[in-house]
Write a protein that binds this ligand. Structure first.
Ligand code: ATP
Length: 351
């Protein structure tokens, strides 16, 4: 196996009584775009700061290209860092901002010129080189910050919520921009975000964090379609969790109906939690296998679909996205017949 570009081995970081990061193991591979995703306070930024060297671990080691860099100052780790706040020098032009660090390092003028040109071209800001940051939009300023990090040709790029300060439209534009830049440079990137759409759309792999630990690490599709824990199922996308009892290896009784469940051998008699995404349920006319009746409690029209909240016979709630136009008129109080496809169930491993 090839050496990981970045590796955290058993990293813990305490702040007084608060354990921000808890015995974390993580390996990031060459060229990979890895997202650290999770709710506020789960330890994402602390994890990124451990890699950057802004924070040292209470226990554990940090390796870059197989070399132990624990205790090494940030500027000697060969990393580029971009924060949510761009922190550009307001009195310097775009070019001067990007060149600043290289000048400090006394690099030859021709080399600086070349590198600054390359970095600005990469973020498509060459025409704005003479402008001041205040003359640029938020998205453009963030691209300057990105160019300033890339101009060093770092081994690894660390991004801490770089899109959070931008409005929705700009954020989507920058998301595409980041993807394009990552493709063209192929730089190993770690990206902190609390925005699941960003993580799903950008990352090769997502580490879903909760309370200083990684709950699940995998490609976006796997995280979305096969959440390993209830926390991940709740945090990523919308889902309904149904409690039931397994009556055979592939059958679970929920609210008096029998559901055939694909993919996993269940232990008969076990209490089981099944999650299902709201877009996977379908309205049907006839009773049958994997069909449950539910009474509509709430309707939220959203243009492309209506979000329906309904209650099963035993009181459990289900969420259903019904695409527009709906196959039947929807009304609160009516009973809907729902088909829950067996292959759409995610059996949760509760810890
Ligand atoms: P957010 O998205 O809100 O930034 P996060 O997932 O990045 O959250 P961290 O910033 O890593 O989480 O914080 C993890 C925990 O460590 C939190 O409980 C936080 O209060 C605590 N913490 C982080 N930095 C410090 C610090 N410098 N001093 C004290 N406690 C800290």
């Amino acid at each position: 196996m090839t050496t990981a570009v970045v590796e955290l081995r058993g990293c813990t970081r305490d702040y007084g009584a608060v354990r921000a990061v808890d015995a974390l193991d993580l390996a990031v591979h060459e060229g990979e775009f890895l997202a650290l995703l999770g709710p506020s306070g789960c330890g994402k930024t602390t994890t990124l700061n451990l890699v950057a060297g802004f924070v040292e671990p209470t226990a554990g080691r940090v390796l870059i290209d197989g070399e132990d860099v624990t205790g090494r100052p940030p500027h000697l780790r060969g990393l580029g860092v971009v924060f949510q706040s761009y922190a550009l020098f307001p009195h310097l032009s775009v070019r001067e901002n990007v060149a600043f660090g290289l000048r400090e390092r006394r690099m030859a003028a021709a080399e600086i010129e070349r590198r600054v040109g390359d970095a600005l071209e990469l973020v498509r800001l060459e025409p704005a080189g003479r402008q001041r940051p205040s003359e640029l939009s938020g998205g453009m300023q963030q691209r300057v910050a990105l160019a300033r990090a890339l101009v060093y040709r770092p081994r690894v790029l660390l991004l801490d919520e770089p899109l959070a300060a931008l409005d929705k439209k700009l954020r989507e534009g920058m998301r595409d921009e980041l993807r394009t830049i990552h493709r063209s440079v192929g730089i190993t990137t770690i990206f902190v975000t609390h925005d699941q759409a960003e993580a799903l759309g950008l990352a090769d792999r997502i580490a879903v964090m909760n309370r200083g630990r990684i709950e699940q690490l995998g490609p976006p599709r796997e995280i979305y379609e096969r959440p390993a824990t209830r926390f991940v199922a709740d945090f990523i996308g919308a889902s309904t969790v149904l409690r039931g009892r397994a009556v055979a290896a592939d059958r679970v009784v929920v609210a008096g109906g029998t559901l055939h469940v694909g993919g996993r051998a269940l232990r008969a008699g076990a209490d089981v939690e099944l999650a299902i995404r709201p877009e996977r349920l379908r309205l049907v006319a006839a009773a049958g296998d994997n069909v449950l009746d539910a009474r509509v409690e709430g309707l939220v029209y959203q243009g492309a679909q209506t979000e329906v909240t309904a209650r099963l016979g035993d009181g459990q709630r289900v969420l259903v996205f019904v695409g527009e136009p709906a196959p039947v008129p929807l009304a609160v109080g009516q009973t809907l017949r729902l088909f829950l496809p067996g292959e759409a169930f995610m059996v949760l491993d509760d810890r």
